[in-house]
Design a protein around this ligand. Structure first.
Ligand SMILES: [Zn+2]
Length: 163
């Protein structure tokens, strides 16, 4: 134990995740726990929740190729802006409890299908934003429903019988 732990093994807490958590002010967007000032014990349990997940092309790498397909006439920088805009809409901070609650949810459309609508990039982004807002609300409702039951049992079994 003499040497320091290599924090870079906790990559999921830095870099890409840090950007998402800063945007969300260190607060789980699904249950509302956390917030500023950021506490170490909560921060280390924060995760990046992808509203449209990896299996549906919601991660940046797949997003990039889907955007390249859909907007093949745009310049690479313009396409990258679209990728970054969608990625920002598609990611929120979630605590590990909420992330695991929603991890099996699948939206009925992939990012590729959402990109397939007609129109300008602005129009497509507006449509995707609206869909992602719906996905977010569904996930949030599920978390709140689960939390209500779990809290009830917490009150009954855990808090009431503190030793
Ligand atoms: Zn949460």
């Amino acid at each position: 134990m003499g040497t320091k732990y290599d924090y870079r093994n906790c990559q999921s807490l830095f870099g890409y995740a840090e950007k998402v958590h800063r945007r969300c002010a260190w607060k789980c967007q699904l249950c509302g726990c956390g917030g500023e000032p950021v506490s170490f014990d909560l921060w280390r349990q924060l995760t990046v929740e992808h509203l449209i997940g990896e299996s549906q092309g919601g991660y940046v790498k797949e997003l990039r190729s889907a955007v390249a397909n859909r907007f093949n006439l745009l310049a690479p920088q313009e396409r990258e802006q679209i990728v970054l805009a969608i990625d920002a809409m598609n990611t929120v901070t979630a605590c590990s409890f909420c992330n695991s609650t929603t991890s099996r949810d699948r939206h009925d459309k992939s990012i590729g299908e959402l990109l397939a609508v007609e129109g300008t990039p602005e129009h497509v982004l507006t449509q995707i934003r609206a869909t992602l807002a719906q996905v977010f609300e569904i996930k949030r409702a599920k978390v709140l429903w689960k939390l209500a039951s779990v809290r009830e049992e917490f009150e009954r079994q855990i808090a009431a019988s503190k030793s």
